[in-house]
Design a protein around this ligand. Structure first.
Ligand SMILES: O=c1ccn([C@@H]2O[C@H](COP(=O)(O)OP(=O)(O)O[C@H]3O[C@H](CS(=O)(=O)O)[C@@H](O)[C@H](O)[C@H]3O)[C@@H](O)[C@H]2O)c(=O)[nH]1
Length: 429
């Protein structure tokens, strides 16, 4: 198949593009390279030394014989460029990673909030509009987030996108309905992915576009089989306070002897997935498109749930690092449980990479190897969520945790630990 990978120079986009190319697909990367410019803006570099896009493509050609192509298009700003790209190339599949993906970055200032909304919503809507205008029946696979659901669940597992509800009808009889699970974003970034969901639902209904939305958890890891084949193919490893995700940050912090920065009590429970499972999930989604006229297909793309303080304790155990509880810069529930359905990918053959298997290798191979490139001043999270928070106004606990979710601020350690990879029914945390 001819596959356009939008955002194919980024943390998930690059390894996914390599994986699809390795399978023999013809891959065209579309990217405006803005993530590299944001590195300059923040004065923070990837821990790993990433090559320029042309060098990446040349290296991949050298080691694999596959020729990936690159087009520099800003999807949010250059509708005409995007439309004409789709019209000329006529890809079978469009994988859409081309969004600003950091929650802290999206909360830094009014400029960052507006950029994130304009960029993410603009890119997604331009893409949908251009697919309709060009009459292209390409399968659109979008990288969404588990964060659309909010993280508290009222004693139930989060379904894959849709919720069965019963409401009282006009005549008093119960009416069954299936609705999109109510969104409850925790940052401006996460809010843009909620807005994406509505755009997808509308275009699937109105124009019969074929769309798959992957509700992905937090990525950990850096390598895939492909990125390991040559140092010029190495993937990004973000550790800074804006783009570094929690487990990779802990691994890096352990490698440089920096106390592990647990926000608040560390009672936040989140969904996780290894980078290489992400690439495999994208492949599975590409190979299992919805039919024309189907509703948006939604997969929960996660394999394990973990509580932040449990991750810190695990990393501390294997590395002798210290754990430090720091004030939480975010407006989020201090403690939550998280139960998630993810049967669709497991049924389609995903074999999860377990934290227990990959963790040590990640510490040794990546974090320690490139530790001398670290700038410790970039580690603290300096982006705060609200001015009310700075002024000490308490957060609305119920709203933070999710509609109707009971939130305990006293129940540290009471919830069952969430580490059941491969558990097909659900992943209690
Ligand atoms: O040093 C740190 C960094 C983070 N956290 C905590 O760890 C949790 C996760 O933070 P994160 O930065 O790892 O993840 P998040 O901001 O949610 O965003 C990341 O994970 C999302 C999936 S999910 O979290 O929504 O499932 C993706 O959509 C985003 O693109 C990706 O950047 C939060 O409770 C945060 O307060 C710490 O305790 N210490």
């Amino acid at each position: 198949m001819l596959i356009a990978v939008l955002g194919g120079d980024g943390f998930c986009g690059w390894p996914a593009a390599l994986h699809l190319s390795d399978l023999g697909h013809e891959v065209v990367i579309v990217d405006n390279l803005v993530r590299r410019r944001i590195d300059e803006e923040l004065g923070a570099q990837s821990l790993t030394p990433i090559a320029g896009i042309e060098e990446r493509l040349a290296a991949w050609h050298e080691v694999s014989g596959q020729q990936m192509r690159f087009r520099d298009i800003d999807l949010a700003q250059d509708y005409e460029g995007l439309r004409s790209f789709l019209d000329t190339e006529r890809p079978d599949v469009v994988v859409h990673f081309a969004e600003q993906r950091s929650a802290p970055y999206s909360m830094k200032s009014p400029r960052h909030k507006r950029y994130t909304v304009d960029n993410n919503t603009g890119a997604t809507h331009n893409l949908l509009c251009a697919l309709v205008e060009t009459g292209l029946d390409a399968h659109l696979v979008h990288l969404g987030t588990m964060g659309v659901y909010g993280y508290g669940t009222a004693g139930m597992a989060i379904p894959e996108g849709y919720l069965d509800v019963q409401i009282s009808g006009d005549d008093g009889a119960q009416v069954d309905q299936q609705i999109l699970y109510p969104t409850n974003p925790g940052s401006v970034y996460h809010m843009t992915k909620c807005m994406d969901q509505q755009l997808f639902a509308y275009y699937a209904k109105n124009d019969a576009l074929r769309i798959t939305d992957l509700h992905q958890g937090i990525i950990w890891g850096t390598h895939t089989d492909q990125t390991l084949r040559d140092e010029r193919l190495i993937n990004r490893f973000d550790y800074d306070g804006d783009y570094g995700t929690v487990l990779n940050r802990f691994l890096m912090q352990a490698a440089v002897g920096y106390p592990l920065t647990v926000h608040g009590t560390g009672g936040q429970t989140r969904a996780f997935i290894h980078l290489r499972d992400m690439a495999r999930c994208v492949q599975i989604a590409v190979e299992n498109p919805p039919a024309r006229g189907d509703r948006v297909k939604i997969f929960n793309q996660m394999t394990q749930t973990h509580r932040v303080r449990d991750l810190a304790e695990l990393v501390a155990r294997i590395s002798d690092a210290e754990v430090e509880l720091v004030p939480n810069p975010r407006h989020e529930a201090a403690e939550n449980e998280l139960h998630v359905h993810n049967e669709t990918f497991l049924d389609l053959g995903l074999e999860p990479t377990l934290l227990e298997e990959g963790l040590l290798m990640e510490v040794e191979d990546v974090a320690r190897r490139y530790a001398d490139r670290a700038d410790l001043d970039k580690i603290p999270c300096t982006s705060t969520w609200t001015s009310a928070q700075e002024a000490g106004v308490p957060a609305s606990r119920a709203a933070l945790a999710g509609a109707g979710a009971p939130v305990s601020t006293e129940g540290r350690g009471e919830a069952t630990a969430g580490d059941r990879a491969g558990d097909r029914a659900e992943h209690p945390a």
